[in-house]
Design a binder for this molecule. Structure first.
Ligand code: ZN
Length: 217
């Protein structure tokens, strides 16, 4: 049983192209371990790869991806919590300085919630998972309650909920209050490739380029 040909070809391209250029970096990372400064919480969507969007090399981003880039609230209930485990490791062991929630347009998870899609299996894992954004949906009202695309508004609101949920983790809250950890939300428009970032004061999303210029000394 072989890997799909696409992956074998891709690995061959990596092995002969990128790997020789980054061999020393890989060796260094192998010896010293990883120490990324940034955690990204992204969507599983194949069009929204954080490493591609941020042009990141090995060891730079600690990434966890799930349907619709959500983080459940802190709930130490003895169940299996994959996102919480990754978060715990990133914050308490790697000591990342930034957590970026990376949302995107045309998110299938958000669409499934809006359209109240039928369960795909008896477990209805997507339905249960996406029910997490019900408060965000309630907060923005109906599709006719605001300007622009309802989907975009809901995608933005879901990210705000995720930021709130992140703060329910004591380790995140404490380090954030001490100024040692900063939370961000960024939104990738799949069609245009534009990245916008959420203003923590207004909650509005604006061009990342404008923010970068404003942030410059
Ligand atoms: Zn998505």
């Amino acid at each position: 049983m072989s890997l799909p040909a696409r992956l074998i070809e891709g690995y061959e391209a990596f092995r002969t192209g990128r790997l020789p250029n980054e061999q020393s970096r890989y060796r260094d990372l192998a010896e010293r371990g990883q120490s990324p400064q940034i955690m990204v919480i992204g969507c599983c969507d194949s069009r929204v790869s954080p490493e591609v969007i941020f042009d990141a090399g090995p060891g730079e981003l600690f990434v966890v991806r799930n349907v619709a880039n959500l983080v459940p609230p802190f709930s130490p209930d003895g169940m299996y919590h994959g996102v919480s485990a990754a978060l715990e490791y990133a914050v308490q062991v790697l000591r990342v300085r930034h957590i970026v929630v990376l949302g995107h347009g045309r998110c299938g998870g958000i669409r499934a919630f809006v359209e109240q899609a039928e369960p795909l299996s008896p477990g209805d894992f997507i339905g249960k998972w996406m029910s997490m954004i019900a408060p965000a949906a309630a907060a923005i009202g109906t599709p006719s309650d605001g300007p622009g695309s309802y989907f975009t508004r809901l995608e933005h609101a879901a990210m705000a909920t995720t930021l709130e949920n992140l703060m329910t983790f004591p380790c995140v809250r404490i380090l954030s209050e001490r100024g040692r950890l900063t939370l961000h939300a960024a939104y990738f428009d799949v069609a245009s490739g534009e990245l916008t970032v959420r203003d923590p004061v207004t909650g509005l999303f604006g061009s990342v380029i404008k923010h970068a210029i404003r942030a410059a000394p």
